[in-house]
Design a protein around this ligand. Sequence first.
Ligand SMILES: NC(=O)C1=CN([C@@H]2O[C@H](COP(=O)(O)OP(=O)(O)OC[C@H]3O[C@@H](n4cnc5c(N)ncnc54)[C@H](OP(=O)(O)O)[C@@H]3O)[C@@H](O)[C@H]2O)C=CC1
Ligand SMILES: Cc1cn([C@H]2C[C@H](O)[C@@H](COP(=O)(O)OP(=O)(O)O[C@H]3O[C@@H](C)C(=O)[C@@H](O)[C@H]3O)O2)c(=O)[nH]c1=O
Ligand SMILES: [Mg+2]
Length: 301
Amino acid sequence: MKILVVGRAGQLAWELRRTLACFGEVVALDRHSEPAIDLAEPGAVAAVVRAVRPDLIVNAAAYTAVDRAEQEPELAWKVNAEAPSVLAAEAARLGVGLIHYSTDYVFPGDGAVPYREDDPVGPRNVYGRSKLAGEQAIAESGAAHVILRTAWVYGVRGQNFMKTMLRLMAERALVRVIDDQRGAPTWVRMIAEATAILVARSLRAGLADLSGSSGVYHLTCSGQTSWYGFACAIREQAVAAGLLPDTAARVEPIPTSEYPTPAQRPAYSVLDLSKLEERFGIAPPDWRHALELCLADLAGQ
Ligand SMILES: NC(=O)C1=CN([C@@H]2O[C@H](COP(=O)(O)OP(=O)(O)OC[C@H]3O[C@@H](n4cnc5c(N)ncnc54)[C@H](OP(=O)(O)O)[C@@H]3O)[C@@H](O)[C@H]2O)C=CC1
Ligand SMILES: Cc1cn([C@H]2C[C@H](O)[C@@H](COP(=O)(O)OP(=O)(O)O[C@H]3O[C@@H](C)C(=O)[C@@H](O)[C@H]3O)O2)c(=O)[nH]c1=O
Ligand SMILES: [Mg+2]
């Protein structure tokens, strides 16, 4: 099986290149690869897919700068909505499946129980609206597709909250973190491993067949916390792993109103995971346990 991974060096693309390698040839492309794929030019995306002729497309690329998206909505729209629409059309044309990732930020965040896949959406920011449009275009494309909505993604590579906290906690005496936005921190490696399980469960005659499973699924680590709770756990576990001295910055909880940002974020975006477990038998680990494994990985480098 030939798998086209869109993205190469992003947090998720990097992990997928490893976890999907056991299924055959993985062709991971980005703006700098040969051939190159630039999602900001949706019109040029089809030709790249036709040249590769994959048996499965996995789109791990996205415009993920949530605050910056408020200033460049057209670019976010091209990358997160229009280009996925083209990928889905090409998947439909080739008769192959598309695995795509979306976000908890499609939800408004005014609830207090975990969101299910069919709960009403209502994004609060440009990034969330562009990701939702990508979901909708894929659903309407006719391609066999699995859309995995995840959240609060971190890992050893790339830009993420965990790495920002480790840096700030080493530099400063005090780090102030929002305590009234709740979600589920999710280790990127777990997402890549769950994707591989899902592909394995979909194999038919050596090829991934998503046609019986098309739809949206929630995939995060289990449990929930606030960004402040996540920051405290990062501090505690990083000290235990020898990654930070115990003189590292103190963490102080603050309300959202004391940390103004260009983009509004949902106050509550915990996702209900039962559909994924029922359909694919995947039961994600607790977020604290995953954090411990990630920090052990970082400490071992
Ligand atoms: N990060 C998070 O907290 C969350 C992410 N998600 C979703 O998970 C998926 C993976 O995100 P993650 O790995 O964290 O994202 P990253 O920001 O780490 O990586 C984004 C990837 O997209 C690529 N990319 C960006 N713009 C373009 C473009 N114009 N053309 C081609 N490639 C482009 C980047 O390439 P380059 O390196 O060249 O810029 C990079 O490979 C995305 O769909 C995201 O929306 C969902 C919830 C939370
Ligand atoms: C750095 C910092 C952030 N914060 C807050 C701001 C924000 O509400 C929260 C997290 O900061 P981030 O910059 O990581 O937030 P953000 O980039 O919005 O993270 C989101 O990224 C996109 C791609 C997603 O899809 C979401 O699931 C989510 O992971 O923490 C503090 O309170 N104190 C700090 O020192
Ligand atoms: Mg960010």
